[in-house]
Design a protein around this ligand. Structure first.
Ligand SMILES: [Zn+2]
Length: 286
């Protein structure tokens, strides 16, 4: 058993507040305010896609001033129009806040840039705009990235090895798995053939990144549904992902990036109940 640093009930309390906010930009502002309340420096980039408005919110924790390197920990705060967006992806968003809180409380010697992306549901718009605006020099400071999307509900903790868009980075997955093993946390590696989340935009831009989520069997509970409510999220399941992520960040931060012999792909997850269809041009998004 491990010592928990993440308070699942505090995460759920944030989740209720976040899901009260319908406008995506308002959800971004909630994230900014909460990061600032923790004493982190924030930066906001407004983004739009056709008539959709949102913002990318960044918050920096710098506990290792001797290094220029940092990790990006990201989640998207926007939701589809017919859904309160609790699991997808209020859950990942509030975990950014709990992770930031834990780093501050523990005076952690690590550099993290939290990225709360907007308009993921419109095609990874926030993450794509962020990645496109990075210079090669700026990218060189980013050691790696971890994306949290749909982590609040589901019996299985899943490390995604490949989504519709991109293969995640094996050395980062290996560090997370090593961490999980040391903590006694069970996980599965899976690839998904039906969706993509923000890490794919970062990987396409040349940044090493991965994606952690939860599944129930082969589906993501309540995704894109009016039933995606805070009360359907589980504080213990949320905290488990948070504790794993928190501890893995230190191992990723201190690891040497390395090539790893490619494993065979994990079994591909079938689209749940036929709701997700593969599109040649555009992936259906998580
Ligand atoms: Zn999502």
């Amino acid at each position: 058993m491990y010592e928990s640093v993440i308070d699942g009930d505090a995460a759920i309390a944030h989740l209720y507040e976040l899901c009260e906010i319908e406008e995506n930009t308002g959800r971004g502002e909630y994230m900014r305010e909460q990061f600032e309340a923790l004493g982190l420096t924030t930066e906001v980039t407004p983004i739009s896609w056709y008539s959709n408005e949102d913002e990318n919110v960044f918050a920096d924790y710098r506990g290792d001033p001797d290094s220029d390197q940092y990790l990006v920990v990201c989640a998207h705060h926007d939701t589809v129009s017919n859904s309160p967006g609790a699991n997808d992806n209020g859950s990942g968003s509030v975990m950014l806040l709990e992770l930031a809180d834990a780093l501050v409380r523990n005076d952690a010697k690590i550099n993290i840039r939290f990225a709360s992306f907007g308009l993921e549901e419109k095609g990874l718009i926030g993450a794509r705009k962020y990645a496109a605006a990075l210079s090669e020099e700026e990218k060189s400071y980013i050691k790696g990235a971890v994306n949290l999307d749909c982590i609040g509900n589901g019996s299985d903790l899943v490390i995604i090895t490949k989504d519709y868009y991109a293969r995640t980075t094996p050395w980062i997955n290996e560090e997370i798995e090593k961490t999980a093993d040391s903590m006694g946390i069970a996980y599965e590696e899976r690839s998904i053939g039906f969706g993509a989340s923000d890490q794919a935009a970062l990987i396409k831009a040349g940044i090493d990144a991965t994606f952690i989520c939860r599944m129930e069997g082969h589906s993501i509970p309540d995704i894109h549904s009016p039933n995606d409510k805070p009360e359907n999220n589980n504080p213990d399941q949320l905290a488990e992902v948070g504790d794993l992520t928190y501890n893995a960040l230190f191992n990723i931060y201190n690891a040497e990036p390395r090539a790893i012999e490619e494993k065979e792909d994990a079994p591909e997850v079938a689209p749940p109940d036929g709701r997700f269809q593969r599109s040649q041009d555009w992936p259906i998004l998580l």
